[in-house]
Design a protein around this ligand. Structure first.
Ligand code: ASP
Length: 377
């Protein structure tokens, strides 16, 4: 049975000073080569392969991953036991994949990619394979990733042929001079990076097509109207957008990373870009404050710079991630009608997952608290 995430104890970020973190880091940097050296000597003496997990003392080096699979009108009453079990399994699988990377000393970038890639391949989620339809009946996908140590970031927007958008976002971050590539240019870049390309129909699914039809009906529009006019009369139902995915992770080096991937909003107008590929809106990471991935009505998340705003409160006001997230989601977004939620992680391994909708698919796995999955309020 999914459980709601219990609230985490208040952490005073002031006491987790930069100096303390720096000295912890330098001990770790010094310790790792010694441990690796010692295990190599052991390897020569015994002839066995070292277990990477044994090289780290995880009780002193927190690792953590948190994920979301979209926020919206998700209620116990509207959810069948079968569907609930499917989401539970998918979230567990993604968390396990990301955590396995961290547990063996892998980077938070690799952990975020591992978790998001699995969710992109699962048609349950509105990302990759299960992306929603545009008004015109196609799929346009957005994704981004940001590294909290270097503040490097990569994003792609409005792409139609890249199988795993999160991998393309990573390639932009690591192998290009730019932060955000869009449309056919992003696709050319992805092809040059040897990423898997697919026909747009690869993203076709029956359940998303039904949602498009319902959304079009909701828009109460005359089928003969051009899309922009239909849009003007749009009565958008956020229930049709659910399933954007995101992950935040903390590795043994103390680096936090955030990533987000989405098909956007059902029946979106041609060329519409949401918050997910916008650094500061849908994704943000800074080792000195927090890592955030958002899901919800993207236009509001862009206008209120939600992900960066939360981390700025942590950084400049000294709020805990719990306080900062709750304030922005409930006190800033809610009054103006901005629906959605975020997952937040700091460099000490604390996790907070506030949302102002009926539910949000979410989960976390940390060295401190193990695995927790939540769906409803
Ligand atoms: N934030 C996404 C967008 O606006 C949609 C979602 O998270 O449901 O594109």
């Amino acid at each position: 049975m999914p459980v709601n995430t219990p609230s985490k104890p208040y952490i005073n970020h002031q006491s987790n000073s930069a100096e303390t973190k720096a000295s912890r880091r330098s001990v770790k940097r010094w310790l790792l080569p010694v441990l690796v050296g010692a295990s190599s000597i052991g390897l020569l003496a015994c002839g066995g392969a070292p277990d990477p997990a044994e090289q780290f003392n995880f009780s002193e080096t927190p690792i953590a991953i948190a994920i979301h699979g979209g926020a919206g009108t998700i209620t116990r009453e509207s959810m069948s036991p079968e569907r609930e079990a499917q989401f539970q399994a998918a979230l567990e699988e993604a968390l396990a994949a990301g955590y396995a990377v961290l547990e063996t000393g892998g980077s938070s970038v690799d952990a975020v990619i591992a978790a998001i890639e699995l969710m992109e391949e699962n048609p349950l989620f509105n990302a990759g394979r299960g992306a929603v339809y545009t008004y015109d009946g196609t799929h346009e996908l957005d994704a981004s990733i940001m590294h909290g140590a270097s503040r490097e970031a990569g994003a792609i927007a409005g792409v139609t042929r890249i199988q795993n958008p999160i991998k393309a976002a990573r390639a932009v971050m690591e192998n290009s001079r730019h932060v955000l590539l869009s449309g056919t240019g992003a696709e050319t870049f992805a092809r040059e990076q040897d990423l898997a390309m697919v026909h747009n129909s690869y993203f076709n699914t029956e359940h998303r097509f039904e949602q498009l039809q319902r959304a079009r009906e909701n828009m109460q529009t005359n089928a003969t109207l051009p899309a922009h006019e239909a849009y003007a009369s749009a009565n958008w139902d956020p229930a049709f957008n659910m399933g954007t995915v995101g992950a935040v992770a903390l590795d043994v080096e103390g680096n936090i990373v955030a990533g987000t991937s989405t098909g956007g909003m059902t029946a979106k107008q041609y060329g519409r870009i949401g918050d997910s590929p916008i650094i500061g809106a849908g994704t943000w990471a800074d080792n000195e404050s927090c890592a955030v991935s958002a899901t919800g009505h993207g236009e509001y998340f862009i206008r209120y710079q939600v992900a960066a705003d939360i981390c700025s409160r942590v950084k400049y006001l000294g709020e805990s991630i719990e306080q900062a997230g709750a304030y922005v989601i409930h006190e800033v977004l809610m009054p103006v009608g901005g629906t959605g939620g975020v997952i937040i992680l700091d460099a000490a391994g604390n996790v907070s997952m506030p949302f102002n909708t009926e539910g949000m698919y979410r989960g976390q796995k940390t060295s401190a608290n193990g695995m927790e999955i939540g769906i409803y309020k």
